[in-house]
Design a protein around this ligand. Structure first.
Ligand code: UN1
Length: 504
């Protein structure tokens, strides 16, 4: 495929309904990780002053947005969903160019934003609370959702439109105003989402978009006194900083962090299906999903068959520029990430001393030398305690660990610091239900890979993956709204709960 060239463009922040440059006067470059000679565009290197303006705009818009009926707010989300659908192909291509994942997957990323727009649009006519009996006569009791306030969002580069949509759509339908700061590697996809909301008729100030570094823009955003909620998706290290930053003012804090997800393949599992699941979970999105299957625990009876087929299939994967429809795996998203991956491969070989079954190298031939490409890599005979089996790599590296039984598989599966997603391949319903119950994760699949969560179910995980919250599904409404319990006494007298006998 011929290389697509865009005239280099400078993109602005979106504050109070205006596309404006940063007060810093500085920009940063967004580069194509499949071909670093290609500049996608320049984005604003924002600072505290820009952040303050964005939060101020969100503050000024808060009251009228809060008072806009939720079904009316939702109409804008529906419209945005329609527009995203019309623009899907163009946005997917831009996303492949800035992030690297293949077109099929960037179309999926935009689709996830479309799904979330419609799903949360539907919530505009629900946002259910409870009505419930009161304990005294002539008294009415109910609970309603109210917005939290100004929500700050800090989003990652691996799902550059889907994850911003999870946060924005839920926050908006609940009546919050927002400031979003996307990852510096993929600002264009988030900008496209914000632009779509603008085109769908979102009033000024309701969503504000600021690009820039974590220290210069992210930190002042999180620390701002007027921000009530911080929603962050990213690494455990940064998540801890976010959590500590939120704590002194008791800001709501939602953290979605790493994973070391596992596929369990039992001796009665369909091995060919499990191989396909491991390929998709391990190498889809170049292994750069929080939900990626970076460990496969395989019963000894089928271990040999599994690793042979798995490695053989991995060797056939076509690695390259994701804009080419025949490519199955793109590059690492940036140089730092690629170096992390290469470092873990080195650890696997030289420190852990696992068996390298396939891959292990950066691709440096003519086709790949300008990108951050690493071969699909599989380690076999991995011990569950090795670093490659414990630490999140976020790249195309899978560890295969032998096991003796279902119980052993579950023990290995749970033996990591994270708890996002797990899967089992078995034909035995008893074993499937046992694993479903005993795997301590937020997501679980039977006879399917660890990736592929749908927007209407809760998304998130246990242990170091999160801090107890979930996004997507109705769980996201609990994140982006506060409960208010309301008692209406129409008895015309003072009735005292817990004190009065109901007969008065
Ligand atoms: C992520 O990996 O950060 O379930 C999000 C999935 C996608 C979302 C992944 N729908 O793999």
């Amino acid at each position: 495929m011929s290389k697509e060239k865009l005239a280099v463009q400078t993109y602005n922040n979106y504050i109070n309904g205006e596309w404006i440059p940063s007060k810093s006067g500085k920009t940063f470059e967004n580069i194509n990780p499949a071909d670093t000679r290609e500049l996608i565009g320049c984005f604003q290197d924002s600072n505290e002053e820009d952040v303050n303006m964005a939060v101020q705009a969100a503050k000024e818009a808060a009251n009228s947005w809060r008072l806009t009926p939720a079904p009316r707010r939702a109409e804008i989300l529906f419209k945005a969903g329609q527009l995203l659908n019309e623009r899907k192909e163009a946005y997917a291509r831009e996303m492949t160019r800035e992030m690297g994942k293949v077109l099929k997957e960037t179309r999926g990323d935009v689709q996830e934003a479309i799904d979330m727009s419609f799903y949360m649009g539907g919530e505009g006519r629900r946002l259910y609370g409870q009505t419930t009996p009161a304990e005294m006569p002539n008294k009415f009791a109910m609970s309603i959702r109210q917005p939290v306030g100004i929500c700050a969002m800090i989003t990652p580069w691996n799902f550059p439109m889907a994850i911003p949509s999870w946060k924005l759509m839920a926050a908006l339908v609940c009546g919050n105003t927002t400031v979003i700061k996307p990852a510096t590697y993929t600002p264009l996809s988030c900008l496209n989402l914000v632009k779509t909301l603008e085109d769908a008729g979102l009033p000024k100030g309701v969503v504000n978009f600021v690009t820039g570094g974590g220290r210069e823009a992210g930190e002042p955003l999180m620390k701002h006194n007027d921000v009530r909620l911080i929603s962050f998706t990213g690494s455990v290290g940064v998540g801890r900083i976010v959590s500590e930053t939120a704590a002194p003012a008791f800001k709501h804090c939602h953290l979605e962090m790493g994973g070391k997800n596992v596929i369990l393949v039992l001796d009665d599992g369909n091995v060919d299906l499990a191989v396909e699941g491991a390929i998709w979970g391990g190498f889809g999105t170049t292994g750069q999903r929080c939900t990626a299957a970076s460990r496969v625990v395989v019963h000894k009876k089928v271990y040999k068959e599994f690793i042979e087929k798995f490695a053989a299939r991995a060797r056939t994967l076509k690695v390259g520029n994701g804009l080419d429809e025949s490519i199955e795996m793109g590059p690492s998203c940036n140089e730092g990430q690629m170096n992390t991956v290469l470092n873990y491969i080195d650890i696997g070989k030289n420190q852990d001393k696992a068996t390298l079954l396939t891959g292990g190298n950066r691709l440096t031939d003519e086709e790949h030398k300008y990108g951050y490409f690493v071969e699909p890599t599989i380690f076999g005979d991995v011990d569950a305690k090795m670093r490659i089996a414990q630490e999140e790599i976020f790249g195309p590296v899978v560890s295969v660990i032998p096991c003796d039984s279902l119980e052993h598989a579950i023990e290995i599966g749970n033996g990591v610091e994270f708890g996002l997603s797990a899967a089992i391949y078995t034909q035995d319903v008893n074993r499937a239900f046992t694993a479903m119950r005993d795997m301590y994760t937020g997501i679980f699949y039977v006879n399917s890979s660890t990736i592929g969560a749908e927007v209407h179910l809760p998304f998130g995980g246990t242990k170091n993956t999160g801090n107890g919250h979930r996004e997507a599904g109705t769980a996201a409404l609990d994140l982006f709204s506060e409960w208010k319990s309301i008692y209406v006494d129409y008895s015309g007298k003072l009735q005292k709960a817990q004190i009065d006998d109901w007969q008065g």
